[in-house]
Design a protein around this ligand. Structure first.
Ligand code: ATP
Length: 355
């Protein structure tokens, strides 16, 4: 993170009363021009975070800073922030251009500049030829583009997007994800997007804040979240992860499922200390023969280029292993003894429990 973030949340909490905490001590720094997603299950506090930034919700404690200045006392319409909502929130009685122009009229932007900016915004979202079209004559994707144009025409410093694509069907949603990313890159505007869809967050964000029960558990790039999940929750939420119980055996090594692994992160842990090790299915494989880590195969599932194997370890733990389909048949022969092994180059991770 840069030394001077554009937007900062400092120890922000929101107590809704009656024992309901929307946010607990949220710290988040967002750089100018970043695309950051807030990702997490229903009720984890994503929308509350966005509403606090927009000024629709007043935090119980903590600060919201923009370029180092506190914006907490500013009402929503005085913040250089615009929001795009899930249900578009476009005005049905105005045509496309009128919808986009509305915010500028309210701000008293002169007519010539207004028209120039509306044209520019419609061009950016690919609706230049639909300026006079009635809202009712637009598809869902087009309505969402109008909502985007209406937000960007005001040139906010931060654009907030609350599940902006969730009302769209799957293929349109994928297309719009790319459009959103392209738009953000071209504008260079800071985007903060709420989503509960990990694929969406992983594919278009520069960084993702993973939230759980009102807290941020990890803020990192998509690759880092996938490769180095910091907590058990993040490991379980992003992709598929085997969480295997083991123990430290000293000198930067751990023993897990009958395997001894070199894991420098465990250096300094007392020998015998309990550890949880995260292994992606593609980081595990099966080898022929008897060993200390036998696997009993329960099910095999077709997964495109690979086969996903669900197996049992001697301690009863379930393990998920992805192996390439080519050459898999010998390994899956029921008369063969099979054992668990890390794939060469595998990067198991030591998983922390948040307490
Ligand atoms: P979803 O994905 O379902 O929209 P979310 O992650 O956006 O969920 P929030 O809407 O931020 O979650 O809600 C966080 C918590 O705060 C939830 O327990 C919710 O019930 C509670 N909450 C949100 N708004 C209010 C409110 N106005 N009054 C009382 N409780 C609220």
């Amino acid at each position: 993170m840069t030394a001077d973030p554009l937007l900062s949340l400092r120890k922000v909490s929101k107590d809704f009363g009656g024992g309901v905490f929307g946010l607990i001590d949220i710290d988040l720094d967002i750089a100018e021009g970043e695309f950051v997603s807030l990702l997490g299950p229903s009720g984890c506090g994503k929308t509350t975070t966005l509403r606090v930034i927009a000024g629709f919700e007043k935090p119980t404690s903590g600060q919201v800073l923009l370029s180092g200045e506190e914006i907490g006392p500013l009402p929503p319409n005085r913040r250089p922030v615009n929001t795009v909502f899930q249900d578009y929130a476009v005005f049905p009685h105005m045509n496309v251009a009128e919808n986009v122009e509305f915010g500028l009229s309210v701000r008293g932007t002169p007519g010539v500049e207004r028209r120039r900016r509306v044209t520019e915004a419609l061009e950016l979202v690919g609706l230049a030829d639909k300026a006079g079209r009635a809202i009712s004559a637009l598809s869902g994707g087009q309505k969402q583009r109008v909502a985007l144009a209406r937000a960007i025409v005001c040139q906010p410093r931060v654009l907030l997007l609350d599940e902006p694509l969730s009302a769209l069907d799957a293929s349109l949603r994928e297309q719009m994800q790319l459009e959103l990313k392209n738009l953000q890159t071209r504008l260079g505007t800071t985007f903060v997007m709420v989503t509960h869809d990990q694929t969406e967050a992983l594919s278009i964000s520069d960084r993702i804040a993973v939230m759980n029960e009102g807290r941020i558990e990890q803020v990192a790039s998509p690759a880092e979240l996938y490769d180095r999940p910091a907590t058990r929750f993040v490991a379980g939420f992003i992709g598929t992860m085997n969480l295997l119980s083991g123990r430290a055996v000293g000198d930067g090594h751990v023993e897990v499922a009958g395997l001894t692994l070199n894991l420098p992160e465990s250096r300094g842990m007392a020998s015998g200390a309990a550890v949880t090790i995260g292994f992606r299915p593609e980081d595990l494989t099966l080898v022929e023969g008897n060993s200390a880590a036998p696997v009993v195969i329960r099910t095999t599932v077709f997964h495109g280029p690979s086969l996903r194997i669900l197996g049992d370890l001697p301690d009863g733990a379930e393990v998920i292993i992805d192996i390439p389909r080519s050459g898999a048949s010998a390994l899956l022969d029921s008369s063969t003894a099979r054992a668990l092994a890390p794939r060469p180059g595998a990067t198991p991770v030591l998983i922390r429990d948040l307490s």
